[in-house]
Design a protein around this ligand. Sequence first.
Ligand code: NAP
Length: 258
Amino acid sequence: MSSCNRVALVTGANKGIGFAITRDLCRKFSGDVVLTARDEARGRTAVQQLQAEGLSPRFHQLDIDDPQSIRALRDFLLKEYGGLDVMVNNAGIGTWPKNNPPGKGDFFKEPQPGRVVNVSSLISLEALRNCSPELQQKFRSETITEEELEGLMKKFVEDTKKGIHEKEGWPNSAYGVSKIGVTVLSRIHARKLNKQRRGDKILLNACCPGWVRTDMAGPKAPKSPEEGAETPVYLALLPPDAEGPHGQFVQDKKVEQW
Ligand code: NAP
C-alpha cells in the first residue's frame, strides 16, 4: 500500500560518506530515509548502528550495477511510497542512474520538488582540464547526449587498453574520467528535466564531498565523513521554493565553473 510519506534514498550507504549522508538525512529530512547497500548483511549492520543512535532508517538492498536489484528497489519504492522524492547517488555511476534518469516516465513523484544529488569529485574538474581541447569542448558541450557520452567513455576504455589514451588526448586517470562521466551525465539529466518536467522544479546536481577519511581515501584526508556529507545533504535538502542550483557542479556548497 503506497503511503503519502516523503522518501529519500542513499546508495552505497553502509559506510563512508554514504553512511554519514544517511545519518544526517535521518536527522533533517521530514520523511523516511532508505539506506541501501549492495551487501544485505553490511547494510543491516549499518541500519542497526543508526538505530542505536536513536535514528530510524529503512533498509533495501541495491547493487547499482545489477538490473534485477534495481527493479526490486523500484517496485519497493512504487509500492510503499508511489515514487521517490530525494535520490543521493553516492556509490558512483553504475547502471542505476543511467537506467533511472529523472525525466519523463521516471518514478519521481509529481509534482513534488524532487532533489537528485550525484556524488562526483573535484578530480572530475582536474581530469577535464587535463583533456585535449577537443575532448574538453565535447565534455563542456550544452548539447552532448547520453549516447555520445557513453561512446566517449567506451573510447577511453578502448584507448587505454591499446595504450594510446594519452596520444588520444585523455588524462592518465581512470577514476578522473569516470567522474567526468558522472558530472557530464548530471548536466545532461538536468537539461532533460528542463525540457520534460520544468514545472516540477526537480533540482539535480553533481557535487564533490571534499577529501574525506574513508576506506577509499585513507586516514590522511582532512575531512571527517560528517564534513564530507555536508554538501550532498545541502543539495538533497534544498528548500521547496529554491530555483537552483540545478545542473551544476557544487563543492563546499558553492557552484564551480565546469
Ligand atoms: P567508501 O568508504 O569506499 O564507500 C563506498 C560505498 O559504495 C560502499 O558502501 C560500497 O559498498 C558502495 N558501493 C560500491 N560499489 C557499489 C555497487 N555496485 N552498488 C552499491 N554500492 C556500491 O567510499 P567513500 O569515500 O565514502 O566514497 C563515496 C563517494 O564519494 C564515491 O562516489 C567517491 O568517488 C566519492 N568521493 C570520495 C572522496 C573521498 O575523499 N573519500 C572524494 C571525492 C569523491 P561495499 O561496502 O559493499 O563495498
